[in-house]
Design a binder for this molecule. Structure first.
Ligand code: DP6
Length: 400
């Protein structure tokens, strides 16, 4: 008889994604169902990722979870929803297969530890990578196969898009139970190898309204949001898919910027109004447009989520010059931190003509640092036992 394993340990990683067609607003708060479809680019895990270890054991007496080394309340509704969902799927699968009777492991408690390889303080969205990683890792532990959108989505809507690499859409679906609200890959990781992503981490003090609360107020009060979701986003989805398939940077970049601007316009249309962008964000927007005007084409594009950080899309041949433009406009204030992180970039010299075209007074220290990255793959399973964040006793390893 096959012996019941006393302990199952799995460690996985999952990526961050950046939406180019924005998700902003839910039609069902509990199931986390959106009012419109959205589309994102999965970022490379060499630069930004969440790593999660899950352990199940018959000896554990309760579910426990540690985030970035700190024990957190496993009773949080969204964590509970993910755990409930994955155990339901596991049970469903097992009962559909007569030869595989319900194993004890389904009643075992789970210990989970999760860390990000980027500072949470940078204000970069970590919930998408975090919940995608949670869903993916739990699926390995409980032997659940197939689409995990409904598990990740219950943690954070945008998390379902981090279940795949490359370019990913989250189809809003129509059903009230959300079964058709799923993520799907639009194009694979290596489809557009020249595409690059620069994350400009903006210095900001202000505490922001979370996406969850912000979009809730927008749904309640913004007629512009309703119009956008119903009348504009369906066409944007089709156009964006086309631009990605054709690797059309002009189209992709312009629609990315318009989408971001429109999403932030619905925030201003919210009552009381919400503004996530700050003066530095607005200067970056101006800089991008002046750069593009100088060249007479869209060479760089920005997008902003629920915070002042800019995410810039460009092609590999423009990275060195645009990074130099950013450094020229936001000279480094010595903060002891490395300014250029991620993929190696050597800033190119700027012509006087370009400097004149930018015509902007420098804002020292406006940007804390830049992370250069590219399109990347979906979640990965790590085979190396050294990668586990939890030890054989199911508790965080001292380094985790
Ligand atoms: C602006 O997925 O964080 O980043 O579903 O409430 O957890 P919840 O919200 P979340 O919202 C992301 C909003 C956004 C746009 C996007 O990623 O599409």
């Amino acid at each position: 008889m096959a012996s019941e394993k006393p302990l199952v340990t799995v460690t996985c990683t999952a990526p961050v994604n950046i939406a180019v067609i924005k998700y902003w607003g839910k039609r069902d708060e509990d199931l986390i169902l959106p009012i419109n479809s959205s589309l994102s680019v999965t970022l490379h895990q060499d630069q930004l990722k969440t790593t999660t270890t899950a352990v199940i054991s018959k000896d554990f007496t309760e579910d426990q979870i540690w985030l970035n080394g700190q024990k957190v309340d496993v009773g949080q509704p969204r964590i509970q929803a993910c755990l409930r969902e994955i155990r339901r799927l596991a049970r469903k699968r097992r009962s559909a297969d007569d030869k595989d009777p319900l194993p004890l492991s389904l009643s075992y408690k789970v210990h989970i530890a999760s860390v990000n390889n980027f500072p949470t303080a940078a204000g970069l969205a970590s919930s998408a990578a975090g919940y995608a990683c949670l869903a993916f890792t739990l699926a390995q532990v409980y032997g659940v196969e197939g689409d995990l959108s409904e598990v990740a989505r219950r943690g954070s809507g945008s998390a379902c898009r981090s279940l795949y690499g490359g370019f990913v859409e989250w189809q809003m679906g129509e059903r009230a139970d959300g079964k058709d609200s799923i993520a799907r890959q639009v194009a694979p990781e290596l489809h557009w190898p020249e595409l690059r992503v620069l994350i400009l981490v903006v210095n900001s003090e202000k505490k922001l309204i979370s996406s969850t609360v912000g979009m809730q107020t927008s749904v309640e009060t913004s007629p512009l949001l309703k119009f956008r979701a119903e009348a504009l986003v369906p066409a944007h989805m089709a156009e964006m898919t086309h631009y990605i398939k054709e690797r059309d940077f002009q189209g992709f970049g312009q629609l990315t910027m318009k989408e971001s601007n429109q999403c932030h316009a619905t925030c201003l249309d919210t009552f009381p109004p919400i503004s996530y962008l700050n003066d530095i964000s607005r200067r970056i927007i101006q800089l991008v447009h002046r750069f593009n005007t100088h060249y007479g084409e869209t060479k760089v594009a920005y997008t902003f989520d629920a915070g002042p950080n800019a995410v810039i899309f460009t092609l590999d041949d423009t990275v060195a010059e645009f990074v130099a433009v950013v450094m020229h406009s936001f000279p480094l204030e010595s903060n002891g931190d490395k300014f250029l992180k991620g993929l190696p970039v050597r800033p190119a010299p700027l012509s006087d003509k370009l400097k004149a075209a930018l015509s902007m007074d420098p804002t020292p220290g406006g940007i804390k640092y830049i992370i250069a990255t590219q399109v990347g793959p979906g979640p990965q399973i790590l085979d190396d036992p050294h990668a586990h964040l939890l030890g054989p006793d199911g508790l965080p390893k001292p380094t985790a």
